[in-house]
Design a protein around this ligand. Structure first.
Ligand SMILES: NC(=O)c1ccc[n+]([C@@H]2O[C@H](COP(=O)([O-])OP(=O)(O)OC[C@H]3O[C@@H](n4cnc5c(N)ncnc54)[C@H](O)[C@@H]3O)[C@@H](O)[C@H]2O)c1
Length: 266
């Protein structure tokens, strides 16, 4: 029961493949209490109510780009859970350019702004609302999910790469201020390719999923093990880890070449 007496908000569970879905299940198993949230449209399309029932909780709709929705979410979450929060998971990503297969050299810039707003600035907005409401307990833990295209070129990841680089930077920058004021930790987890709605929406996903599987000494990390990692970072076992981008990728990010990949070229 690593998360006994801990309370939080989990963003981004759409269906049972979602990383946030697995996190919710594991946090529940470890005794944590939380509210679930997602964009109003996702509530109509997804299965989040099933998850809420399973975890004995409720869903509070919020578009993570709207300060009004976020303010309402944090107010209601604290009312329902009976006090300040220990953890927040930001598991949100969407690019209209990726969805509509726009090449990186031919982006629609209005959509690009949407990508940045939904996938990166929403992380800042979430933390600013939590900060203004003084909603986090001291030594709380805030996490967001990211991808290695923030550091290296992955052409098919398009404008999401720029959004992830911004997201990671926001984690570091806000992490400084939150650490000083409340000892709150802010980290991003850079996850292996994972079969989910957002993941498989990217062109060529199968190929780079298989490539990463062959490159990583441990193979790709799946959503379940990502959820385990999130639980440890929400727990009191990692109290001095903050402002980090943590690779959860079976060793992919520090492997130059693997024998499996070399065999394919011989
Ligand atoms: N799947 C992968 O290969 C992979 C790899 C590394 C990182 N990630 C990251 O993990 C996170 C979760 O993605 P996932 O793979 O579980 O896919 P997913 O599609 O299940 O989750 C993405 C979520 O973002 C939500 N969302 C979109 N717009 C929103 C808005 N305006 N307000 C609130 N929520 C909104 C969606 O409704 C959905 O629940 C994302 O940040 C993603 O970039 C995914």
């Amino acid at each position: 029961m690593l998360l006994e007496n801990k309370k939080g908000i989990i963003f981004g569970a759409l269906d049972e493949r979602s990383i946030a879905w697995k996190v919710a299940e594991k946090v529940h198993e470890q005794g944590g209490k939380f509210v679930l949230t997602n964009a109003p449209i996702a509530l109509r399309m997804g299965k989040i109510n099933e998850l809420a029932e399973k975890c004995g909780t409720t869903v509070i709709p919020a578009d993570a780009t709207s300060m009004e929705d976020l303010n309402n979410l944090f107010t209601q979450a604290q009312e329902q859970l009976g006090g300040k929060l220990d953890f927040v998971l930001h598991s949100i990503g969407m690019s209209p350019n990726v969805r509509k297969n726009k090449a990186y050299t031919d982006l629609n810039h209005d959509w690009f702004q949407k990508t940045l707003d939904i996938s990166a600035l929403s992380f800042h907005k979430t933390m600013q609302v939590a900060w203004d409401q003084d909603a986090m307990k001291d030594w709380g833990s805030i996490l967001a999910l990211t991808y290695i295209a923030a550091q290296e070129a992955y052409p098919f990841y398009s404008d999401m790469a720029d959004a992830k680089a911004t997201l990671e930077s926001i984690g570091r920058s806000f992490g400084y201020h939150y650490g000083v004021r409340n000892k709150v930790r802010v980290n991003t987890i850079s996850q292996s390719p994972t079969v989910t709605s957002a993941g498989s929406g990217i062109a060529g996903f199968d190929k780079f999923f298989n490539f990463a599987e062959d490159m990583s000494p441990l193979g790709n990390a799946d959503a379940d093990s990502c959820a385990d990692y999130c639980v440890t970072l929400f727990s009191d076992m990692c109290r001095y880890v903050t402002m980090q981008n943590l690779f959860h990728d079976g060793g992919y990010s520090t492997t130059g070449i693997s024998s499996k990949v070399m065999e394919k070229w011989s």
